[in-house]
Every structure is written in structure tokens, then in C-alpha cells.
Design a protein around this ligand. Structure first.
Ligand code: BGC
Length: 767
């Protein structure tokens, strides 16, 4: 008997000490995450670990491309993520074998649940993490709420709205089994030729920072409630001021500029708890960001203490070899990026093989792999994926596109439309006009959804034409369709609009860029769609001029992600609106503004330069920038940062500072009165700028340091208060340390960044 017991005990001990068969602690939700991670990690083979670090594109995307690509494209086209000789069934098999940690571009809940079911067949049943570019709602996938893009949201200066949209987006994402958005894009956009301005919060580091923080918080919420998703601050860094304005081209920026302008939103995102980060396509001062250990390790990890996950951008690790030429082959690219600090690879079939080889060859220590895998597993546990790998198909549509979310999309769109010019024509009275012509490429098109959107069901989108008809009824409106394609407009249709304009009492032209992803190569704006100028494409200018020649009042509306300039319109038309990419409710929001049901309140989050030659045109430039102004043409922008009109008038007065002198570390309170002296209720975006007059390094002529959305009834006056805290007075010394230097600081408050719009007072910082 005794011998039998002994054998039994030894057998139990043997089972317990063997990783594969001992109690699976990692599956127990009551065990702390750290312990679950360690338990799981020790059970994993090297292949499984490296597989966790690899992300693939969804199989439906691959299948669709298999059908639509030509033989030639199939061999060469990596942009569509099709890997010759590696069809969908192989990806499915890898998933079942636990060799893929994450997918992106999965567009339906059915596919997400299906891929998850494959992962659940794998040895360790590690769930898949699904990532997607939910930039303004989960708009890349059908049947989700589509909000205005980031540039429109930023124009509302409404950080609470940024939080709300991110929260709602996270809920819609979880409702279709998505766990990770590649947003917020917290790049400071300083070149309107760059096609991605629309997915940023504009040119001002402070505004970008504030919007970014709230977006991060909104997306992530409380991860353990199953309604938060991972936020990804991107792209780190400098790609928003690329040479020539083209996406991914080099960024040649001094360390001072990088630290003063481009770093703050990322640092704030890290401090706000962003759990993931994506490096940018470009090289920064000669070193591609995906191999840049100064950026990813020295600054991000060591200086800022970022412990989250670094995901590479699309093919950018491969580009270390085949574009930048800093690696002799792809395997070396993988080595360089892992050693620089990248944790996960955005899609590709060679990763698993080469990275395992690099470990076996002793070039990458397995501890370095474990570091990345720990992060990935930790996030999967924190998201609750082990407990709830699937989303409920029946419940999904109760959350997505629900009434509350649509109402938010409408409110956000209303608050994002910038009124650039109004000589009194607006608001329109529906009764006054018997015949209204509507025309232009963006008048009746889903392009209002903006970049990073899939086409949505027509019943879920209100085009501008529909929005106008919702107010005026059908009878009054004549629509002259110019098609959707700015590059291929029909001169006969332009002439038809010209004739129709003469017969109408009022004309509305909806012009701008074309951003629809489904027609990738025909776009004029959006990702990878950079321009060598910031003017209108095709016959659009001609259309506007011919319509205006009718002598009938003409309203111009821009739908665009980048700041577009049309000086002639500013000089000749009575009313101009910039509606950015307003999302699914854009048509209603614009019509409500045109007809005075809503008082516009948005202000530009980017400067609009008159011409390409003026670029770089930013409000927070250095004092010497226009010491010698341009000759022949003006040095001023067409519209400055922070500018936007309303249907009422706001009067600023009684600016008071609590102190004339402070010591470093002390604060100054600012108070002023803002009066709505017009006859319509409204919201004014009050802006506070600071200038550091004397400093050991040059400082911008002004910098936004605070703002407030103040709602004012007609005739009402409100006291607006700000506090200038020490952090708002800081600059970087010669060692890039934050310091407050003694001297005069000018406080400027007003409705835009334009000097003439600002009331000013100074205080001194003394030693
Ligand atoms: C973009 C990223 C995006 C990724 C996945 C890349 O081309 O630069 O911002 O997250 O694609 O869609």
C-alpha cells in the first residue's frame, strides 16, 4: 500500500512541476493579472511568443483582394496586405495553432467571432486582440456611428465632446468584438499639403494635447467593464511636418522643435495612461522612427516611463530595408526595430520565422521577447478577453448607431462647422427664396463621412442636399449634379449650373476634397493623398465663379480634411463655410446652420494659408518669421488659427490680472467679461494666449495656453476666468529642462489668434 501511495504522490508532483499540465492559473479570473501573465508565459513556446507579437490583416480583406487584384498586383502589391503564396486558409491555420496574436481591418462581428473561435482551438487558447482605425467612430466598419473627423472635432474646442465620442466609439467597438483603436492621432499638423491633416487635431500643441488626453481617457474608460478599448497615440513623431508635405517623407527637425512642438501631446498621452503607441512612417533627423532607439527607448520608455505596447505601422519595419536602406534585409529590419523598442509587428508572414531565428542565433535575448509578450498578454487579460472572447451578435446593434450616439454625432457636427465669411446673407430665411440651386461635388455625396470611413447605408447618412431639403422641402430645390470626382468634372454640367444659377434666387456650391477610401486612387485628400498645393482641384473654381457671375447670392461650403484656400471666394462671395469632414449627420448640421436653426461656434484649429508659397504658415511662429514680409502678396494668412464667425457679436472687455509680479512657481488669475451683444444665443470659444517676451531661447509670438466654450444668451454678459499655472510659463533651457525664466509675459485674450482680435495685459516673473 505504502509503495502505491508513494508512486501516486511522485506522479502528482511530476504533473505539477510540468508547465503543460499543471493547474492553468492563467485561466482563473480571480488571480491577479501579473500572476496570470507569468503562468501563461512559462507555458509558451518561442514560436507562440513570437506569434503573439505578430498582427495580421483579417481574412475577409485578404479574400476580397485575392479576387480583385490582377496577377501582377498579387505578386507585388503589399499595400493591400495580400501575401502571394499565403492565402486565407493558411492564416486561419496559423490562428488555430496560436501563431497570430492580433488582427486588424476585421470589419464585421461575424468575422471577429469566427477568428476568435479559431484561436480558441489553439493549444493555450489565447484570445485574439482586434485592432482597427476607429478615428471618428468605428467608421471603417459598416453600421457604426460616424462622427466628424478629428480636425472638425478640434474646431469645436470641445474636450468634453472628445471624451464623449471616444467613450461611445469604444462601446460600439466592443459591441463588434474590437478592442483597440489606432487613435488618437496626436500629431501637430504643420503642413496643409499633407493629406492627413483631417485626422489630427490641428496645428496647436496645446489644443492637440487637450483633445488627445480626453480621447485617450474616453476610449480606455475602465477596461475591466468590457466597454473600454486600448487607445493608441500615433504617429511618433514628426511626420506631420514632412519635407514636401508628403506622407512618410523625412522630418528634419531640431531637437528643440521636436521637444517643444511635437512631443507634448505624446507625453501628455502617456501621462493620461495611453496603453499603446505607434511610431511614424518617417525618419527623424536621419533615423527612421521604427528603428529609433532614442525615441522609443531613451525618451519614451526611460524619460517618460511608458510601459505600454509599441505597435509598428503598416510595413514600416520592412521599409527599414526596402525604403530607408538602413538594414540589408528584412530579417535585419526586424532585429533593428525590436531592439529599438517595437513590441508588435503590423502584418507580415516572415516575422515568425525570422524573429525565432534571431533568438535562436542569440542575437535577440529571449528576455527581450518576453518583455513584449508580457505587455501583450497583460492587455488581453485587462480587457477581459480570456473571460469574454466573443461579442454578442444579437446585442450588437442595440449599441451601435443607437439614438444617443446619433444625437452626439449631430451635436458634434453642428459644433465643428466654421463660418469663415458672412456679409449678412446668412442665416438664410427659407421663406425668402423661391428657387434655390444646390450644386458641387460634395453636395449629395457620402464624402461628408470623411477619411477613415467605409461607405455607410444611405439611410444612416444625411447628405447636404438632403439636409437642405429637410428644411426647405423639395419644391424649392434644383440640384445640378456635378458627380463626385473633382478630377473628372463635366464642363457641360458646369455650364448647366451656370444657367440654372441665373434662374435661381440663391445658389449653394459644395466644393472641396474627395476622401472616400473605397475609391482609393481617385481621392484628393486623406491618408497617402498629399497635394503640391492647397487650392481646389478640377473645375471647381470655374464652377464657383460661373455660378457667382449670375449675380445671385452664392454660398460656398467646403468639405475637406486639409485647409483649402480660395482667395477669390473670400474677396467675391458673400458667405463661406468650412464644414471639414462632418460625418453622418453633416448634412443636417450644415443645413441647420445655413438656415439659422443653429448658431455656428467653431473656430479654426489650423491656419488657412492663402497659397502654397506661404507654407509653413502657423500662428505660433517665431518672432523673426515675418521680419521681412513677402513683397507682391501678403504675409498674412487667408484665415488665422482660432478664427470663426457666428450670427451674433461678442464683446470682450475688462481684462484683469490678479498679479503684476510673481515668482517662478506662482500662478496668475485672469478675468474678463464677454458679452453677447447680438440677438441670437450662442457659444463663444474664448482663447487665451501668452507671449514670453524675453527668453534665453526664442519663443513663439504667441501660444495658446487655455480656452473656454462659453454659452451666452442674447444680451448676456459672463465673467470668464482662467488661471495661468506655472506649467504654462515654462520653456526649455539649453539642456532641454523645463524652466520659468524671469521677465515680461504678455497675456492675450480674444476670439482668434489674430493680433487685432486680442486684448492684452502683461505681468512679470521676478527672481
Ligand atoms: C497608417 C496608420 C494606420 C495603419 C492601419 C497605416 O497606413 O499610417 O495610421 O493605423 O495604416 O490601418
Amino acid at each position: 500500500m505504502k509503495i502505491k501511495y508513494f508512486i501516486l504522490i511522485v506522479s502528482i508532483m511530476a504533473i505539477c512541476s510540468c508547465g503543460g499540465t499543471s493547474k492553468e492559473i492563467y485561466k482563473d479570473p480571480n488571480v491577479p493579472v501579473g500572476k496570470r501573465v507569468e503562468d501563461l508565459l512559462k507555458r509558451m513556446t518561442l514560436e507562440e511568443k513570437v506569434g503573439q507579437m505578430n498582427q495580421f490583416v483579417g481574412v475577409e480583406h485578404i479574400k476580397a483582394n485575392e479576387k480583385s487584384l490582377t496577377e501582377d498586383q498579387l505578386k507585388t502589391n503589399t499595400a493591400l496586405a495580400f501575401y502571394p503564396g499565403f492565402p486565407a486558409p493558411v492564416i486561419e491555420k496559423w490562428t488555430e495553432e496560436g501563431l497570430i496574436g492580433s488582427f486588424l481591418h476585421v470589419l464585421t462581428i461575424e468575422e471577429a467571432n469566427y477568428l476568435q473561435s479559431l484561436a480558441m482551438k489553439s493549444r493555450l487558447q489565447i484570445p485574439i486582440l482586434f485592432g482597427i482605425d476607429a478615428i471618428h467612430g468605428n467608421a471603417n466598419a459598416p453600421d457604426n456611428t460616424v462622427y466628424p473627423t478629428n480636425i472638425g472635432l478640434a474646431s469645436s474646442f470641445d474636450t468634453a465632446m472628445a471624451y464623449k465620442i471616444a467613450r461611445q466609439t469604444a462601446k460600439e467597438m466592443r459591441a463588434m468584438n474590437m478592442h483597440w483603436t489606432f487613435n488618437p492621432n496626436v500629431e501637430v499638423a504643420r503642413d496643409p499639403r499633407w493629406g492627413r491633416v483631417g485626422e489630427t487635431y490641428g496645428e496647436d500643441p496645446y489644443l492637440v494635447t487637450m483633445m488627445g488626453i480626453q480621447s485617450v481617457k474616453g476610449y480606455q474608460g475602465d477596461l475591466s467593464n468590457y466597454d473600454g478599448v486600448l487607445a493608441c497615440i500615433k504617429h511618433f513623431v514628426g511626420g506631420s511636418q514632412p519635407v514636401n508635405g508628403t506622407n512618410g517623407s523625412p522630418a528634419d527637425l531640431s531637437e528643440r522643435t521636436v521637444r517643444e512642438v511635437f512631443f507634448p501631446p505624446f507625453k501628455a498621452g502617456v501621462d493620461a495612461g495611453a496603453l499603446t503607441l505607434m511610431p511614424s512612417h518617417n525618419e527623424l533627423n536621419g533615423m527612421p522612427c521604427h528603428a529609433n532607439s532614442w525615441l522609443l527607448t531613451a525618451v519614451l520608455e526611460k524619460e517618460w516611463g511608458f510601459e505600454g505596447l509599441v505597435i509598428s505601422d503598416w510595413m514600416d519595419i520592412e521599409h527599414l530595408y526596402d525604403v530607408h536602406g538602413i538594414a540589408p534585409d528584412i530579417k535585419e529590419s526586424f532585429y533593428q526595430s525590436i531592439m529599438a523598442g517595437v513590441d508588435m509587428h503590423m502584418h507580415g508572414i516572415h516575422w515568425n520565422e525570422y524573429v525565432c531565428e534571431l533568438v535562436r542565433e542569440g542575437r535577440i535575448p529571449e528576455s527581450r521577447i518576453d518583455k513584449s509578450v508580457r505587455k501583450i498578454l497583460t492587455l488581453k487579460f485587462r480587457l477581459g478577453l480570456f473571460e469574454k472572447p466573443y461579442a454578442d451578435i444579437k446585442e450588437s446593434m442595440q449599441i451601435r448607431l443607437c439614438k444617443e450616439h446619433r444625437a452626439t454625432a449631430l451635436e458634434a457636427a453642428r459644433n465643428s462647422v466654421v463660418l469663415l465669411k458672412n456679409n449678412g446673407l446668412l442665416p438664410l430665411s427659407a421663406d425668402k427664396y423661391k428657387r434655390i440651386m444646390v450644386t458641387g461635388i460634395n453636395a449629395d455625396d457620402m464624402n461628408i463621412l470623411g477619411d477613415w470611413s467605409a461607405p455607410q447605408k444611405p439611410e444612416n447618412v444625411t447628405t447636404i442636399l438632403e439636409g437642405i431639403r429637410n428644411i426647405t422641402g423639395d419644391r424649392k430645390i434644383t440640384f445640378v449634379d456635378q458627380g463626385w470626382d473633382p478630377r473628372n468634372m463635366d464642363p457641360a454640367k458646369v455650364q448647366e449650373a451656370e444657367r440654372e444659377a441665373r434662374r435661381s434666387d440663391l445658389n449653394i456650391v459644395v466644393a472641396g476634397e474627395y476622401m472616400v477610401r473605397a475609391r482609393w486612387t481617385e481621392r484628393t485628400g486623406g491618408e497617402d493623398t498629399d497635394r503640391s498645393d492647397n487650392q481646389l482641384v478640377g473645375l471647381q473654381e470655374e464652377l464657383i465663379k460661373r455660378v457667382a457671375a449670375s449675380g445671385k447670392p452664392t454660398v460656398l461650403i467646403f468639405i475637406t480634411g486639409r485647409p483649402l484656400a480660395f482667395e477669390w471666394a473670400e474677396e467675391n462671395l458673400p458667405a463661406i463655410l468650412n464644414a471639414w469632414e462632418p460625418g453622418m449627420c453633416g448634412g443636417d448640421a450644415i443645413a441647420e446652420i445655413l438656415f439659422g436653426k443653429v448658431n455656428p461656434s467653431a473656430k479654426l484649429a489650423v491656419t488657412i494659408p492663402r497659397s502654397t508659397g506661404q507654407i509653413q504658415m502657423i500662428y505660433n511662429h517665431k518672432p523673426s518669421q515675418y521680419f521681412h514680409p513677402y513683397v507682391v502678396k501678403p504675409s498674412t494668412p487667408l484665415y488665422p488659427f482660432g478664427f470663426g464667425l457666428s450670427y451674433t457679436k461678442y464683446v470682450y472687455s475688462d481684462l484683469q490680472l490678479s498679479e503684476q509680479e510673481i515668482k517662478p512657481g506662482q500662478s496668475v488669475d485672469v478675468e474678463l467679461n464677454v458679452q453677447n451683444s447680438g440677438s441670437m444665443d450662442g457659444v463663444e470659444i474664448v482663447q487665451l494666449y501668452i507671449r514670453d517676451k524675453i527668453s534665453s531661447f526664442t519663443r513663439p509670438v504667441k501660444e495658446l495656453k487655455d480656452f473656454a466654450r462659453v454659452s451666452l444668451k442674447a444680451g448676456e454678459t459672463k465673467k470668464v476666468k482662467f488661471t495661468i499655472t506655472p506649467d504654462k510659463l515654462m520653456m526649455l533651457d539649453k539642456d532641454y529642462k523645463s524652466v520659468i525664466e524671469p521677465g515680461e509675459f504678455v497675456v492675450m485674450v480674444g476670439p482668434s489668434s489674430k493680433d487685432e482680435d486680442l486684448i492684452k495685459k502683461s505681468f512679470n516673473v521676478i527672481k
